[in-house]
Ligand binder design. Structure first.
Ligand code: PXG
Length: 448
């Protein structure tokens, strides 16, 4: 497995010092660097020669495997034909076609797609659309956005305001949106530890929205934004009936419901979107990541026709929405997205994710009773294992397990003391079971 020539990556302190790495323990990393050299299918090749299984599909974003030949071919052809095209007051045909395809895949053929370059930008775009929508309808006092504790909506100023991760927020209070409030998160270990799929207890957490409405009044609230399944928070799965109730309360009070589908979009739950899996229809959905297998940055917002039409007023020669990015609908990213959607369709990979979900569920729950494990959660082709922290050193236990798992040939994701897994849709059942066995050995190798 490791009989590949080693690359000659320079890992000296000098070579690594300039890149200030994102969401990374820079000093720990640079003292003990872990460099990726190449990727193919469900595996990465590390610079030290090791081949490791990609347990999180990159960062939840490469479900059809790395360097898929059809994406490689599409991107190469695109750069020869059109490397960049402005999307302000000009357009290129593949972008219109991609918007149509995404709306159709979402089962919302009348929706409209606004392209961004990341999930963070998609979130900030959706929040701006929500506030502008109400204003255009003469409801200008609806400016509050309601997020959720432990939610992750990227790192834009809007996203951290509605997000619920304290470390991402605490430094930036003066810059955050005014008037934001938060729903409670839905995880309660006493009632739902080791649940398989959706916990049956906890739908009542949605009623907190009624309390928030009673506090602020519906006339001040523009939108609620939630991830259908909280991914970065550690695969926090919505209780049965919870999202339905959020939908009902939003509709009752004229509040837009936004699903942040950056992780759940394009098949992670075994359906095209989380909205399909849970059978709850939001007014807007954000997406990014798997839309083009993360080959080239791309994100976007799906907005209901009624929202789009609300903007289509005023003189026809005037810009309706003063918002956009130089790279919105970048031709290279769009080409990669078409190829990705082709592969998902032709290789029936969303169906395959659904078939693999029970394999992952059975395997991951077999870790119950292993050292350090305090909870296991799963839904679709995603799972998390929560570990007991080392006293006084939160996060260190997961780092230790991560390092051992890497030695076993499995690159898992750790965040705080939670391990997350979201294997590529192209994985085999044996690879998923092997991943869990690798993690089991890693858990056992870390001292209690
Ligand atoms: N919304 C959601 C729901 C996300 O999960 C973003 C927005 C932001 O997307 P960008 O493209 O701006 O990063 C995300 C990103 C992890 C992990 O390990 C998750 C994300 C990114 C990196 C790591 O859980 N989610």
């Amino acid at each position: 497995m490791n009989a590949v020539p080693q690359s000659h990556a320079d890992t000296s302190e000098q070579a690594l010092k300039a890149w200030w790495m994102p969401f990374t323990h820079n000093r720990y990393f640079k003292a003990k660097p872990r460099l990726i050299d190449s990727g193919k299918g469900a595996y990465y090749q590390l610079a030290d020669g090791r081949r490791v299984f990609d347990c999180l599909s990159g960062l939840w974003c490469s479900p059809i495997g790395h360097s898929h030949p059809r994406i490689v071919e599409a991107v190469k052809a695109q750069i020869d034909k059109l490397d960049f095209a402005p999307s302000f007051q000009m357009g290129h045909e593949p972008a219109f076609r991609l918007a149509t395809r995404i709306a159709e895949l979402a089962g919302r053929p009348n929706d409209h797609v606004f392209f961004t370059n990341s999930g963070s930008e998609a979130v900030d775009t959706a929040l701006k659309i929500a506030i502008a929508y109400h204003r255009l309808r003469g409801d200008a006092s609806r400016t509050r956005i309601i997020g959720r504790e432990r939610g992750y909506h990227g790192v834009g100023m809007g996203g951290i305001s509605v997000g619920g991760m304290v470390a991402n927020r605490k430094m930036f209070a003066p810059l955050m949106l005014n008037g934001v409030d938060h729903l409670p998160h839905t995880w309660n270990p006493a009632h739902m530890a080791f649940s398989k799929g959706q916990p049956t207890w906890g739908a009542h957490f949605a009623d907190e929205l009624e309390r928030i409405v009673a506090l602020h009044d519906a006339s001040t609230i523009a939108a609620v934004i939630v991830e259908p399944m909280q991914g970065s928070g550690g695969v926090l799965v919505p209780p049965v009936g919870y999202l339905e109730r959020l939908r009902e309360i939003c509709t009752k009070h004229g509040i837009l419901l936004i699903f942040d589908e950056v992780i759940t979009g394009f098949g992670r739950l075994g359906k095209p979107f989380g909205a399909d899996y849970f059978n709850v229809k939001p007014d807007m959905a954000t997406f990014a990541k798997a839309v083009n297998n993360a080959t080239i940055p791309l994100g976007g917002v799906l907005a209901a026709d009624e929202i789009y039409q609300t903007f289509m007023t005023g003189p026809a020669h005037m810009i309706e929405f003063f918002h956009g990015y130089t790279y919105s609908a970048h031709p290279m990213a769009v080409a990669a997205a078409h190829a990705t959607l082709d592969v998902l369709r032709d290789e029936k990979l969303i169906e395959r994710a659904a078939e693999l979900a029970p394999v992952l569920e059975k395997a991951v729950h077999s870790l119950k009773g292993e050292p350090h494990v305090t909870d296991i959660r799963n839904i679709g082709l995603a799972a998390a294992v929560e570990l007991s922290p080392i006293a006084g050193q939160p996060g260190l236990r997961a780092i230790r397990v991560f390092e051992k798992a890497l030695d076993e040939g499995y690159m898992v994701r750790f965040s705080a003391d939670i391990l997350a897994m979201a294997p590529p849709f192209v994985s085999t059942p044996a690879e998923i079971e092997g991943m869990i066995e690798g993690i089991r050995r890693a858990l056992r190798a870390v001292p209690v």
